[in-house]
Design a protein around this ligand. Sequence first.
Ligand code: FAD
Ligand code: DHB
Length: 389
Amino acid sequence: MRTQVGIIGAGPAGLLLSRLLALQGIDSVVVENRSREYVEARIRAGILEQNTVDVLTEAGMGERLHREGLEHRGIHLQYPGTRHTLDFPELCGRRVWVYGQTEVVKDLIAAQLAGGPPLHFDVTDVAIEDVDTDSPRIRFTDADGTPQVLECDVVAGTDGFHGPSRAVVAEGAAGQRLWERTYPYAWLGILADAAPATDELIYAWHPDGFALYSMRSPSVSRLYLQVDPGERIEDWSDDRIWEGLATRFAHEGWEISTGTVTEKSILPMRSFVSAPMRRGRLFLAGDAAHIVPPTGAKGLNLAVADVVLLSRALVRLLQDKETDLADAYSDTALRRVWRATHFSWWMTSMLHTTGDPFDAELQLSQLRRVCSSEAAARELAENYTGLPY
Ligand code: FAD
Ligand code: DHB
């Protein structure tokens, strides 16, 4: 097999890259080691920043998003005695949408299978070769067990945090660097058949720990509790989870709405950046190169920003035979990555309790500041809704 861009991983980054390239007349093949059912069911992010919605809409992926997505004008920030609303359009003229990553992925897969570039699920033994030449290749075994060789002009490593691409960059790129921070807390996340008891998302600081009230639709809530990273999900009955949530979101005259829990899991929290995001003809995008803790809702949005930049660089490289954008890709992408890394770390540090009373007072002081100063609120709003590309 031969293609211009071989794409490893059918997460949001790989699927969107394939779509953006196809719209520019560049062909690609996507290989994914999981099944279509698995990829479409993986519950992850839920908030799309304005840039992401604009990109998906321009790529012809906005039809269901605009019909079923929930437009949000702000968030509520809560700490004991206060629930304060930040109005994003007022603060920065931008807004966000609630539309699950699962739905974005389903839309992209449906479009790709309806006459788009080839997409191979259930592949195994993916190996990347000769990325320091102009003709790299991907070897893999297809779902029928047949070994395949995919000859490419470029390989895109959009294979997430656990995929093989980052290690290939690390082996050969000059001056490769890694930065990592593991946080001393995790999120217990649930999906529940319960109408959200709030119009906007609630980010709540509480002495017991952080809690986040989000949603997926007018009848489905998505809720998170800060827990210790060593906690086991089996020790959290539904009743214990609802009690924890009710305590942390408690606010005068307001009540949480409960319902059947349909999914629950514990997510570790880390910041991670790997640079450069390129070795020769292999380019990394999305979680393959960086991870942010989820508090700022940036992971998926950052993957989309990488892919927009990468698609432009690859069009220029493969159509115009100009290397300038490809050469600038890693540095340009990393500037946005570090902004999102800082914002996600800042939100995480402001909202998660550590058990240290000094930390708690600093956090409450910062929260009071964001809720009383327009300048401080605008800084949060601009980052949360997404800085312009
Ligand atoms: P991924 O979505 O990870 O896609 C990578 C793809 O590559 C996957 O389909 C994987 O199966 C495939 N792959 C891996 N190895 C191979 C291989 N060897 N061969 C072929 N394919 C391979 N972000 C938020 O903003 N808010 C959230 O609430 C949030 N919750 C999250 C919860 C979890 C459990 C996780 C893991 C992430 C969460 N994120 C969240 C982050 C967000 O989901 C990611 O930033 C986003 O998925 C990045 O997209 P991606 O395409 O780069 O990577
Ligand atoms: C969701 C996740 C986040 O990390 C966040 O900051 C907001 C919403 C969600 O899954 O809905």
